[in-house]
Write a protein that binds this ligand. Structure first.
Ligand SMILES: Nc1ncnc2c1ncn2[C@@H]1O[C@H](COP(=O)(O)OP(=O)(O)OP(=O)(O)O)[C@@H](O)[C@H]1O
Ligand SMILES: [Mg+2]
Length: 237
């Protein structure tokens, strides 16, 4: 393996949802965003979560990532049910076990690429300043952005920002990477780069990877596809 071999020491963990339900009350109506969804994701086997707009992909990713809690059902991460965790433990899970990649990159505009990548390590109180700097540089190298480490997001293209945001997501060496429409704002060349990087994280670095996407150019590359329909797993026709 390359000099990046020791960048990741935390392998992925099994992620399992059982009859997960999340409803939203909107005025007098109830939106069944996730409505009894069950799924299983294993490390090294990236999963594409597909389905039409509004079928519940983002809601499910937020539940898997501990951003939100389900109304009922269970989410097992390496044998632990997230529903049983205190707020503090759930926050710890989010900060240390999960890396999120968003459609809109979510970089901090006033910070350079390097500083954006260092920030999650600083927030988690992980590593000294020198090691944080070195790790951030190597993560930027992994995503092919080392030459632009000193640039701020507004000085980078969309594809470059998304590559930096993947480095940010990997900053704390999470076991699980959850990507929500990560290629929606990218041109074809950058889509290829970002999709390949996410798949590489599962294949080469043993991470648990879930990619919510509409795009057949992305999901056709992913070995396992889960199709959602109206908050549930779509029945095979
Ligand atoms: N905070 C919320 N309050 C009320 N309804 C919500 C909320 N979040 C999501 N919804 C509703 O839940 C359903 C599922 O939304 P979700 O964002 O999970 O879909 P999605 O599959 O990610 O769609 P897209 O492909 O457009 O991103 C939609 O009907 C949406 O309007
Ligand atoms: Mg969505």
């Amino acid at each position: 393996m390359s000099r990046n071999g020791d960048l990741f020491v935390h392998p992925g963990v099994p992620l399992k949802g059982e009859q997960v339900v999340k409803h939203y009350q909107v005025g007098v109506d109830v939106v069944h965003a996730v409505d009894g969804m069950s799924l299983q994701v294993e490390p090294e086997m990236p999963v594409a979560l597909v389905g039409v707009s509004g079928c519940g992909k983002s809601t499910l990713l937020n539940l898997l990532g501990g951003v939100d809690r389900p109304d009922s059902g269970s989410i097992w991460v390496d044998g632990v049910d997230l529903c049983g965790l205190s707020e503090r433990d759930l926050e710890e899970y989010r900060l240390t076990k999960v890396g999120f990649v968003f459609q809109t990159f979510n970089l901090i505009p006033s910070l350079t690429a390097q500083e954006n990548v260092e920030l999650p390590m600083t927030m988690a109180g992980w590593l000294g300043a020198h090691d944080r700097h070195d790790r951030a540089q190597r993560l930027l190298e992994l995503v092919g952005m080392e030459k632009k480490a000193g640039k701020r997001p507004d000085e980078l293209s969309g594809g470059e920002q998304q590559r930096v945001s993947i480095a940010v997501a990997l900053s704390n060496d999470p076991a699980i990477i959850l990507a929500d429409e990560p290629t929606a704002n990218l041109d074809h060349a950058n889509l290829e780069v970002v999709a390949a990087l996410l798949i590489q994280l599962a294949r080469d670095y043993h991470k648990t990877v879930v990619i919510a996407t509409h795009d057949p150019r992305v999901f056709s590359k992913v070995p396992s596809i889960l199709e959602m329909e109206e908050g549930k797993m779509k029945e095979k026709s």
